[in-house]
Design a protein around this ligand. Structure first.
Ligand SMILES: [Zn+2]
Length: 452
């Protein structure tokens, strides 16, 4: 009897361990299966470390950006389109971590946790993007050899038409060969982080509207700058007495630093966070780099600088593009997204989960901000470059140390009904925002298709 009991216990223990092992295996498979299957050594979808089995990726007009033919993964035959869209489409080795090829790997190859890679027709699923490939080429040509990014989206529908990042490379060639160029695999729209300079004044202006009862009548004085607790904060002009609107149109540092001090550290921080600072925004589930605002605990002079986009402020271009969309849309806008549709079921669920609207501010505040940005274009930047767009915009020239040429920013949106687009342009080390970035914005927005 003793022997039987001992054997029975041993058998039970064996079965228990077996079941635990099985549970562990399936648990791991469910959680990490996609990662196991996406190892470049997996011969079902890779050949020589390059993805070969996946569905087609097309732009909004049906232009094929990547597809599989005879066991070979091919990109568009036009080299300009390939280079202008590679940061959105991604490469075959996974160097561009935010590209569709990597970020939507499971949906594209047809992988799911139950069937693994053996589901469907064995050819993966197709994905249609909201991008306009021709518009991306226009933006890529306009950026030229300079590093930077251009993002344009429809604030009514959320569709991103243009998402270009430079420097770039040709995904039809081996991605590793492009690595010598600095940051070539980084999608600067989603993952970039820059000192914002004067484009940050739009955040400070919003905080003024939210927190000062006399926001639109209060004035401050600029005498080529202002003294804050015995320290000098310089301005590029001698603007005299200015109200909020004039301060934004002329981009007066002295007035905005004083507006920031009048609003206070807590309030300005709260406003910054309400428009996306210090939060992780996502696009189709892909996490973007956070924008950062630090006012609490700063000395008065530093806090003054922080209100005009210097000090420790950093901005992610995608966050700012969304912020511009929210102003354009009366305080909220459709969440920007890149994937229009897919025939993958998990893919469809993922897209649904990332739709909806982004709310950032009150409607009347959005209206006043938009009017001030419109006036900056008509009275200061020159509307002639932006015919028919009813452009509302703000420039930024972001100082990045004493030796380097500043980054050039231009952000805003069109009020014209036929072009409901919000945009962001950043050109690295290109000097004044009114110049490099604004002329790129003009070219791209004029070339953008009319919305249906
Ligand atoms: Zn000034």
């Amino acid at each position: 009897m003793k022997h039987t009991a001992a054997r029975s216990l041993a058998l039970r223990l064996l079965i228990l361990f077996f079941c635990l092992g099985l549970a562990l295996y399936y648990g791991q498979l469910a959680v990490r299966g996609a990662r196991f299957a996406s190892y470049p050594t997996n011969r079902h979808v890779y050949a020589d470390g390059r993805l070969v089995r996946a569905g087609a990726i097309t732009d909004r007009n049906g232009v094929v950006l990547a597809h599989t033919q005879d066991g070979q993964r091919l990109f568009n035959e036009n080299a300009e389109i390939r280079q202008a869209t590679v940061h959105a489409v991604g490469d075959l080795e996974g160097y561009v971590s935010t590209g569709v090829h990597t970020a939507f790997w499971a949906e594209l190859t047809g992988y799911d946790a139950v069937n693994g890679l053996y589901s469907g027709n064995g050819a993966g699923h197709n994905m249609q993007l909201t991008l306009d490939a021709d518009l991306c080429v226009t933006a890529w040509r306009a950026l030229g050899r300079r590093a930077g990014t251009v993002g344009v989206f429809n604030y009514n529908t959320g569709e991103i038409l243009c998402m270009v990042s430079t420097p770039t490379f040709d995904p039809q060639l081996a991605s590793a060969d492009a690595g010598s160029q600095k940051g070539v695999y980084v999608n600067r729209l989603l993952s970039g982080s820059y000192a914002p300079g004067s484009v940050f004044k739009v955040v400070t202006a919003l905080s003024v509207l939210q927190n000062l009862p006399d926001a639109q009548t209060r004035t401050f004085t600029c005498q080529r700058g202002v003294t804050i607790e015995d320290e000098w904060l310089s301005c590029l002009g001698n603007h005299g007495t200015v109200d909020l609107q004039t301060a934004l149109v002329k981009s007066c540092n002295a007035a905005f630093a004083q507006f920031a001090l009048a609003v206070g550290r807590e309030n300005l921080t709260r406003t910054a966070q309400s428009v996306g600072f210090d939060r992780t925004l996502t696009m189709d589930g892909i996490a973007c780099t956070q924008s950062h605002y630090e006012g609490i605990g700063a000395r008065s002079i530093d806090f003054g600088w922080s209100g005009i986009g210097q000090y420790n402020d950093t901005v992610n271009p995608f966050q700012y593009m969304t912020f511009m969309g929210a102003i354009a849309g009366g305080g909220s806008c459709a969440r920007p997204h890149l994937v229009a549709g897919t025939d993958s079921l998990p893919g469809k669920a993922r897209l649904l989960a990332n739709r909806g609207r982004v709310n950032m501010m009150r409607r009347d505040h959005a209206q006043v901000l938009g009017d001030m940005m419109r006036k900056a274009v008509t009275d200061h930047y020159g509307d002639w470059q932006f015919n028919g767009l009813e452009l509302c915009a703000k420039t930024g020239t972001a100082e990045i140390g004493d030796r380097d040429t500043p980054h050039s920013w231009f952000v805003g949106f069109c009020r014209a009904e036929s072009k409901p687009y919000a945009f962001v342009v950043v050109v690295e080390n290109a000097g004044s925002g009114l110049g490099a970035a604004s002329s790129i914005a003009a070219r791209v927005l004029q070339a953008a298709p009319s919305a249906e």
